[in-house]
Design a protein around this ligand. Structure first.
Ligand code: ADP
Length: 485
């Protein structure tokens, strides 16, 4: 508030104006006054003098108090307008109050003027404080990171902040239709029922303590979101305020962590089994060979050594896969890129198939020769070997395995094809993930740790290539990979 109250007095009678001022002084008000009688002066002073309050006579020559009040209310609605008049009937006075006047004081009872002015100014101050407080709350409401809304008793969203609009895609108010919160809560679980329960709890409770709960809500575009909600009663009403914090990402992350932990546990089961098996073979045979009491026929000794060799190779393979994984995860893969004839590499990989089932034959079909490409030769061969070994491992004995080679725009396309069981649709992307196996750990029927395709994918990615799976017409798998030329 300013140091001195600025009072604009609309009065044609100088003596009355004087009397009014005296009354105000008597009431102890510190003020400056501007006295005007004509319309033009009044309008001008409304801006120039910038009053805190207007006192106006009712009847003036050439300009009446009612018109002055209408102008003032229209232009400066925040300035209180008090009639000071000798001739205003009760009814007329009430009408002027309805139209926007703040008060009226009869000239015959001028002692009321001081208190009336003080009250009017106090009301203005209170209103502006309330407005400031509302603005502050509005700012808090809007700028808080959480989505907030006010719910009516019937769960209609009465008002909502921008966070709510952002979270759920509903703009509450014009030109949106009414939004009921139960429409927003997910319907494919207990959430709607839970929400009603919490809402009832909030409305029936005496205090304003909020209830906290987790729920799922559905964005207008159909996405389901996980939220932490708190709901509390607005004092003195049947409305409640609801705030929502989006924890969808955290929830997803939590799910991923859980899945990773499960996958790691399965991996440890599988890996220990994989390692124990060849060790048991080697240990069993060495004990047998060392035992002087056991006489082993000549022809069996060769078989024993071959089995021990297989077991040792299996262990080497396991260790290599583990080392490759560790390299990929920790230091990244170092490549030795050279220009190679892709056809040669494919033919070489397809011919040297020791360790495969004896009657397996790999057909190579060069559909078009891609010529040279820059690759890491060793890693490229590893990829082909791994895919061919899987084709052998997962398809029945005697069924055909083949490789096709094609030149496509800017790439060499290699496909490893088999007539095995294929891969269920839901697993087709996932088989390239670390430790992923289609069979679960308990039914582990084939050797392997779920690392082969993961390493293959990482090696190809590092060489600028891509790998994907396609089911084959007539059954079986096609693993295709491209490598830039
Ligand atoms: P593993 O070393 O355990 O075989 P991979 O990463 O090489 O692991 O393969 C992951 C999973 O993909 C395997 O568990 C297997 O179920 C499936 N898979 C891979 N290749 C084939 C294939 N040619 N036919 C059918 N399933 C396959």
């Amino acid at each position: 508030m300013r140091e001195k109250i600025r009072i604009l007095i609309l009065e044609d009678n100088a003596a009355d104006a004087e009397l009014a001022q005296r009354e105000l002084e008597k009431a102890g008000l510190s003020f400056v006054a501007s006295i005007v009688a004509a319309k033009w002066e009044f309008l001008q002073q409304l801006d120039v003098f910038d009053p805190d309050i207007i006192l106006s006579d009712y009847k003036l020559p050439g300009f009446d108090g009612i018109s002055a009040m209408r102008v003032a209310v229209a232009r400066k609605p925040e300035i209180p307008f008090v009639f000071v008049t000798g001739e205003m009937g009760e009814e007329r006075a009430i009408d002027t109050l309805k139209e926007g006047a703040t008060d009226y004081v009869l000239k015959q009872r001028l002692a009321r003027l001081g208190p009336a002015v003080e009250r009017a100014l106090a009301e203005v101050e209170e209103k502006s404080q309330r407005r400031r407080a509302e603005e502050n709350y509005r700012t808090v409401f809007e700028t808080t990171g959480t989505a907030m809304c006010v719910l009516g008793e019937d769960s209609v969203v009465l008002s909502a902040n921008r966070g709510f609009e952002r979270l759920l895609g509903y703009a509450v108010g014009e030109p949106e239709p009414e939004v009921r919160f139960k429409q927003v809560v997910s319907r494919d679980g207990p959430e709607v029922e839970d929400f009603y329960r919490y809402h009832r709890e909030v409305l029936s409770g005496g205090g304003t303590d909020p209830v906290f709960f987790k729920t799922r809500v559905v964005h207008r575009d159909g996405r389901t979101l996980y939220v932490l909600a708190s709901m509390g009663r607005l004092p003195g009403t049947r409305n409640s305020v609801l705030s929502l914090i989006d924890v969808t990402r955290e929830k997803k992350f939590e799910g991923e962590l859980k899945e990773r932990a499960e996958r790691l546990r399965d991996f440890l089961t599988v890996a220990s089994h994989e390692i124990r098996h060849p060790i048991t073979v080697i240990k069993g045979y060495t004990e047998m060979l060392e035992d002087v009491d056991i006489e082993i026929p000549e022809d069996m000794v060769a078989d024993i050594y071959a089995s021990m060799d297989d077991a040792a190779n299996r262990l080497i393979r396991i260790v290599t896969e583990l080392m490759d994984m560790s390299l990929i995860e920790n230091d990244g893969i170092e490549l030795d890129m050279t220009s190679c004839e892709i056809k040669e590499l494919v033919l070489e990989a397809a011919t040297d198939k020791r360790g495969w089932r004896a009657d397996r034959h790999v057909e190579v079909e060069v559909l078009s020769d891609p010529g040279l490409a820059t690759v890491d030769r060793v890693r490229f061969m590893y990829v082909l070997d791994e895919l061919l070994d899987n084709a052998d491992k997962y398809s029945p004995e005697g069924s055909p395995v083949s490789v096709t080679l094609e030149a496509r725009a800017g790439i060499a396309l290699v496909s490893v094809l088999d007539r095995g069981p294929g891969i269920p649709e839901s697993d087709r992307e996932r088989v390239f993930e670390r430790f992923y196996q289609v069979e679960d750990a308990l039914n582990h029927s084939k050797p392997g740790m779920g690392l082969g395709l993961y390493i293959v994918k990482q090696l190809l990615d590092a060489q600028g290539g891509k790998i994907w799976y396609e089911p084959r017409d007539g059954g079986g798998s096609a693993f295709r990979f491209s490598i830039p030329k």
